[in-house]
Write a protein that binds this ligand. Structure first.
Ligand code: ZN
Length: 383
């Protein structure tokens, strides 16, 4: 029986966390949560699956679950995991091997029989004072009592935990998504992204304490220079406990989700640089039909914004546009236009290179009439 399904088991060491063999930066799982689901249809399907899984918990509690329900429960959990297979840490739970193990655990008909037998032993034990273990040994010498009790006890716990974990997953997703999303947006609007500004908002928005069932220190293997590290292993019985813990832990290292201003998706901010875009693809095509990254699009927009605010460029643009207009109205010839534009560009470049010139003669020099007069084809053309 695969015990790893009982909980989300997370090994924390420094700014990294490992879940089921997959390693992430702390806080990265929150970003995946915020980017989860493409549209309301996927969300609806997820909600239905999650509800149905939760529905089995009453049958499980009453110990009256027939094998058909157990088969259906296993199939629903597998479908649910397939839906979140791109969301960390569920990526580690939705591998083919893990899904096959779930399938096996739920479709093994013998488990139900074992469970019944186990209950019968417990009932006899209550009336006779004998231990369930001794009762089983006496009545069923054909069974390996140790193995049997392990399976009966663990399988039931496994089913219960999985049913609660995945049955509450939709609500957990939606609640934590709303909370962490709202917080990320408030962080994005802060004048300074440091602990002093962020902590009060975090405590105001998110539940302060994440509940873990237990914790222990373990030796865990991580990537990078220090492979073996002392890690704090935490066991989470619910996704929501894990995700809030991961959020706070990430915040302690300056990691937090931020919305990309170009593509609208969230990404993990890991430093204090004033960067507003993710490194993913923007969907916007540049030259040669190559799709630009959000950073590249952001850089171009930044250049345009600077042009709109730079006094040198404002003066240049006004004169340049006026020259173009004069040509289209037939006031100047094409030759005069070309000459004047070149002269305006030269003036602009000189101003960019010399602050003294920019603050001095630049504004008087940048004059279209002066350029027209200096043009070889005699000034104002035919008009
Ligand atoms: Zn982006």
């Amino acid at each position: 029986m695969e015990k790893a399904y009982d909980y989300i088991v997370a090994d924390y060491a420094g700014n990294k966390v490992k879940v089921n063999g997959e390693e992430y930066k702390v806080g990265a799982c929150c970003v995946d949560l915020l980017n989860s689901f493409n549209g309301p249809e996927e969300e609806k399907e997820f909600e239905e699956l999650s509800r149905r899984i939760y529905g089995y918990s009453t049958e499980l509690e009453a110990d009256a679950i027939p094998q058909e329900s157990l088969d259906a429960l296993g199939a629903d959990i597998i479908s649910l995991l397939r839906q979140v297979k791109t969301v960390h840490p569920f990526t580690a739970f939705a591998t083919d091997v893990q899904l096959a193990a779930i399938n096996g655990a739920f479709s093994a008909g013998s488990v139900i029989g074992f469970r019944r037998l186990y209950n019968e032993c417990c009932v006899i034990s209550a009336s006779t004072g004998m231990t369930p273990y001794d009762i089983l040994r006496e009545n069923r010498p054909d069974l390996d009592a140790n193995l049997f009790f392990n399976m009966a006890a663990n399988s039931h716990r496994l089913y219960e935990n999985l049913t609660v974990l995945y049955g509450e997953l939709y609500q957990d997703f939606m609640y934590s998504k709303r909370k962490i999303g709202a917080l990320a947006d408030r962080f994005g609007a802060l004048p300074k992204a440091d602990a002093e500004h962020m902590m009060p908002i975090a405590f105001e928005t998110l539940p302060k304490v994440a509940t873990q069932t237990k914790t222990q220190f373990v030796k865990a293997e991580f990537s990078g220079r220090n492979k073996s590290q002392l890690a704090n292993r935490l066991y989470f019985s619910r996704y929501i406990d894990f995700i809030f813990y991961d959020f706070y832990h990430g915040l302690g290292f300056g990691h937090y989700p931020r919305k990309c201003e170009i593509c609208g998706k969230y990404y993990l901010k890991t430093d204090s640089r004033p960067q507003r875009y993710c490194s993913g693809l923007s969907g916007i095509e540049g030259r040669n039909h190559r799709v630009l990254t959000c950073r590249a699009v952001g850089k171009r927009r930044g250049e345009k914004e600077r042009a709109a605010n730079d006094p040198i460029l404002i003066v240049y643009k006004r004169v340049y546009d006026s020259i173009r207009k004069d040509k289209s109205r037939g006031k100047i010839s094409a030759e005069t236009e070309a000459f004047a534009k070149q002269a305006a560009e030269d003036c602009r470049d000189k101003a960019i290179q010399s602050t003294a010139y920019a603050n001095g003669a630049y504004v008087t020099d940048m004059n279209k009439k002066r350029f027209y007069a200096a043009a070889p084809s005699s000034g104002f053309g035919s008009a």
